[in-house]
Write a protein that binds this ligand. Structure first.
Ligand code: ZN
Ligand code: ZN
Ligand code: ZN
Ligand code: ZN
Ligand code: ZN
Length: 674
């Protein structure tokens, strides 16, 4: 990526773990290895992306921004790309960068567990937080006061930082100094705009003033609760002052914290001009430290126009400035494209058309902003829904480019009549791209508050972002539109719906008070049919896990549920799919369960199970009341909530009452459920 950036950044201190390890080896230093751990692609994108904190056995690390990944990719000639033009276009819009490509994680499978291929790849990360506490003497100091070892090639879990000359808590100088392990000091400061900073222990204990006794005071963190919970006390051994960390907690504690410095540790950079937001205390491991902002698609067969558009895009990027120079000379153009983009199948007319497309002027900045402002995440789902409405050309028909293979299933006479269409999806490809992240609050729509979305790069116009590709299978179910529309009209009048709407308003204003004037929160509330389809997806995932041995976490939902609007027909359906980065993904079992009689049983049992919960009647009657702002109704972890990997909505917009009638409520789309 380009080095041009608006961030305040020191290029001399770049993160380069592989380069560092190589230089150490050259110097003959008993070498410390670069690799400290590993993760699956799905966890690296959804849990441990750039800017998150990953707990290793002995310390914690933060994957860096993508600028530093370029150094890794430069070690290879060809950089792989994930093909998903429809997703790529949306990512370009969201990142305001016209040339973004989707790339996989820098990783290569090993033929044998001990072989070396792929050792030159990996996700760069730095130790963060960089303040550590010695478990022997409570010394609290930055990384440089500790020594690092990571020498065992297959035991990265042994990598650790140590206090080399520890003389214990009493600091007995006559005692023989020993090596004692260090652990991360787990306190951090964060702000709603996604900045994250080390906790300023020195300023804290001295109440904002310099130490009266020492320029570099000796700090201690006295923590008798094994590192968790804010009960630690910071003490300055040089001047004797001390201050407990619980004075930094809660609303009262927030008044004692300094303003935000605008730091992005994953970029090793500061916001120009600082930030000045209020900060809050977060602990390493807190669930609101990092929320991914991702977009995903199920790859569908491309129309001829889409294929042509993708070709034009590749021509445009491959040729760069040369495109305008040679646009009128197709022979030269073919020579220049040779080895870059294959156009040998195109005759001159077709090539001229591709070139014309490639040279169309890009959207102006104003047009882009308008596009971003009006973009609805549902737009990504609409083409999938449309394609799933068409009947496949035959049983198991496979589209060669997308790899999508579908069969239509007959409906069993025992299947609920509300389900009008069933497809077995024998093979599918799902592509997920990371566009940024937030801290403190998750964000549903990137366009709502772009300032809160933290960039993955220092470069203002990134050339790529990281994506994953899951192969799997699935079942698609569609609900009767007329029945859904009639039911939805009733729900809009129900008191339960009014309660959800009010809770959603409170939730929205609390989290995004500064956008309140621009956005009507009701326009961000999912319609009743979404709650219905979502709750149905969850009970089906649970049932499938119970009856066919899938782990619920290996199944995921894709929800098609929106009312009719300009440019799109109404939708009410769902796709449950396996994601094959787990080995469960290709068992073929899910497709077998779409056989008419088996599916009818799964649906019947799932609906029956939805009528009860071990926490009833509390669960069955749960309705948010002012000032509560949770976004679910009759739903809890005992009945319909799912793991984070299965739910694309963080278990919001779930209510069993919309699915089946519960005691005292007759709002169920499926009536009494059995
Ligand atoms: Zn020590
Ligand atoms: Zn002091
Ligand atoms: Zn800030
Ligand atoms: Zn429950
Ligand atoms: Zn869900």
């Amino acid at each position: 990526m380009t080095t041009n950036t608006s961030f305040i950044y020191d290029a001399a201190s770049a993160v380069d773990p592989l380069g560092d390890a190589e230089r150490e080896k050259e110097k003959g230093i008993k070498h410390n290895r670069a690799k400290v751990g590993s993760g699956r692609p799905s966890s690296l994108i959804y849990t441990y992306g750039p800017g998150s904190i990953m707990d290793l056995p002995q310390f914690t690390i933060m994957p860096t921004g993508l600028d530093d990944w370029d150094r890794i990719w430069r070690r290879r000639d060809g950089i792989p790309e994930i093909r998903a033009p429809r997703l790529r276009e949306v990512v370009r819009m969201l990142l305001r960068s016209p040339n973004v490509q989707l790339r996989p994680f820098p990783w290569q499978p090993k033929k044998l567990s001990m072989s070396n291929e792929g050792n030159d790849l990996g996700v760069p990360a730095r130790v963060f937080p960089q303040w550590l506490r010695c478990t022997g003497c409570d010394m609290l100091a930055p990384l440089t006061s500790f020594s690092y070892t990571n020498t065992h090639p297959y035991r990265t879990d042994l990598a650790c930082f140590e206090h080399g000359k520890c003389t214990g808590r009493k600091g007995d100088k006559s005692r023989q100094a020993t090596r004692r392990p260090a652990v991360p000091a787990r306190y951090l400061l964060a702000c709603v705009d996604g900045h994250l900073d080390e906790f300023p222990y020195d300023l804290w204990v001295h109440r904002g003033k310099p130490c009266a006794e020492a320029e570099f005071p000796a700090l201690k963190m006295i923590d008798r609760t094994a590192g968790r919970g804010a009960t630690a006390t910071i003490r300055c051994a040089s001047c004797g002052l001390s201050r407990p960390m619980n004075e930094a907690q809660g609303e009262q504690g927030a008044l004692n914290l300094p303003r935000c410095r605008g730091r992005h540790p994953h970029l090793d950079a500061f916001q120009p001009g600082g930030c000045r937001n209020e900060t809050r205390l977060l602990l390493v491991g807190a669930s609101n430290l990092w929320f991914p902002a991702t977009q995903s698609i199920i790859v569908m067969p491309e129309s001829p126009e889409e294929q042509e558009g993708d070709l034009a895009d590749r021509v445009r990027i491959a040729l760069g400035d040369k495109l305008l120079k040679y646009r009128d000379n197709l022979d030269i153009l073919r020579d220049v494209l040779d080895g870059k983009v294959d156009v040998t199948d195109l005759n001159d007319d077709m090539l001229a058309q591709v070139v014309a497309l490639a040279t169309e002027p890009p959207a102006t900045a104003e047009q882009q902003e308008e596009q971003l402002r009006t973009w609805d995440p549902v737009d990504l789902l609409v083409p999938e829904w449309r394609y799933l409405q068409k009947d496949p050309l035959g049983a198991g028909h496979e589209d060669p480019v997308s790899g999508l293979a579908l069969s239509r299933r007959d409906l069993d006479p025992e299947l609920r009549l509300e389900i009008t269409r069933v497809l077995a999806v024998e093979r599918l490809r799902k592509v997920n791209a990371l566009v940024g992240f937030t801290r403190i609050d998750a964000m549903d729509r990137v366009g709502d508050l772009p300032r809160r979305l933290v960039p993955l790069t220092r470069a203002p116009r990134p050339e790529w972002t990281v994506a994953t590709e899951d192969r799997g299978e699935g079942i698609f179910l569609q609900l009767d539109e007329a029945a859904v529309a009639g039911w939805e009209e009733q729900i809009y009048k129900a008191a339960e719906w009014a309660a959800h709407r009010e809770a959603h308003r409170r939730n929205f204003y609390r989290r995004f008070s500064e956008t309140a004037e621009d956005i009507d929160p009701d326009s961000r509330l999912k319609p009743p049919r979404y709650w219905l389809v979502h709750t149905l997806a969850h009970v089906l995932i649970r049932e499938l896990a119970l009856t066919c041995g899938y782990s619920a976490a290996s199944l995921s939902e894709r929800l098609y549920a929106w009312p009719e609007a300009e440019g799109r027909a109404a939708a009410a359906g769902l796709l449950i799919c396996t994601t094959a980065s787990d080995s469960d993904g290709t068992l073929g079992g899910l497709v077998q369960l779409s056989e008419p009689a088996r599916l009818a049983r799964v649906v019947r049992d799932a609906l029956f199970r939805a009528t009860r919960c071990s926490s009833d009647p509390i669960c069955a009657t749960r309705t948010p009341q002012d000032p509560e702002d949770f976004l679910h109704g009759a739903a809890c972890h005992c009945c319909v909530m799912a793991s984070e990997t299965s739910c694309e909505r963080a278990n919001r917009f779930l209510d069993r009452r919309f699915l089946v009638n519960l005691r005292g409520s007759d709002l169920g789309f499926f009536g009494r459920g059995y």
